[in-house]
Design a binder for this molecule. Structure first.
Ligand code: SAH
Length: 204
């Protein structure tokens, strides 16, 4: 998976490749989908949600430009796979999920894998998570019509948010870097994420 789906494309960050080679994606999908765990695409994880395509997880992590010292916020825990990848590189990850059952299952899964530098929060991630702000990076794994203001406000200067922006059906992966004099936006590729369900993104 790492060689053919990530390194052969444009995921080149050595820490991202090494971390994704270490974390068993099979541990994050329902048992009946184990044979398909390393396929080049998203898979259903229950509650109408998905585990992202491995390439997209690698790309988003690379775009976040993490270091060992970084404190990271993830919005949309889902099954916890992206969470585990972020935690494999950064100092600590706070991850918010709106569906309590998914959050609990992800926490149990990461516990079994011995990953301890993660705090699980249930709530509306479009509002960020104020108690641990500011963050060195924010990774949003659900689509929004525009970057939520509350998330941008919780970025440290020089930090970036990686977020799919667009309609409910199709989006562009964007990187917004907070600078002393404003925000600089760069665009990556076209993506399809489930909606960020929130009064300040896509209402339920
Ligand atoms: N990070 C996951 C992908 C999760 S899919 C992975 O590694 O594969 C997106 C997740 O975002 C879903 O679990 C969905 O329930 C959650 N979500 C949607 N809107 C949300 C919101 N406002 N706050 C927090 N989580 C939200």
């Amino acid at each position: 998976m790492v060689r053919t789906q990530l390194a052969a494309r444009d995921v080149r960050d050595r820490r991202v490749l090494a971390t994704m080679a270490r974390i068993p994606r099979g541990a994050f999908v329902p048992t009946r989908l184990h044979p398909r765990a390393y396929e080049d695409g998203p898979l259903p994880i229950g509650h109408g949600q998905t585990i992202s395509q491995p390439y997209i997880v690698g790309l988003m992590t690379q775009l976040a430009r993490l270091s060992r010292r970084h404190r990271v916020l993830e919005v949309g825990t889902g099954c916890g796979y992206q969470t585990a990848v972020l935690a494999g590189i950064a100092a600590h990850v706070w991850t918010i999920e709106r569906i309590d059952d998914l959050s609990r299952q992800a926490a149990a899964r990461l516990g079994r894998l011995g990953i301890e530098n993660v705090t699980f929060v249930t709530g509306d991630g479009a509002l960020g998570y104020e108690p641990a702000a500011p963050y060195d990076a924010i990774v949003v794994t659900a689509a929004a019509p525009a970057p939520p203001d509350r998330l941008l406000a919780q970025l440290a200067v020089g930090a970036r948010v990686v977020i799919p922006i667009g309609s409910r059906e199709v989006q562009t992966l964007q990187v917004l870097e907070r600078r002393a004099d404003g925000v600089r936006t760069t665009e990556s590729c076209a993506v399809r994420f489930v909606p960020l369900v929130s009064p300040s993104a896509f209402p339920d």
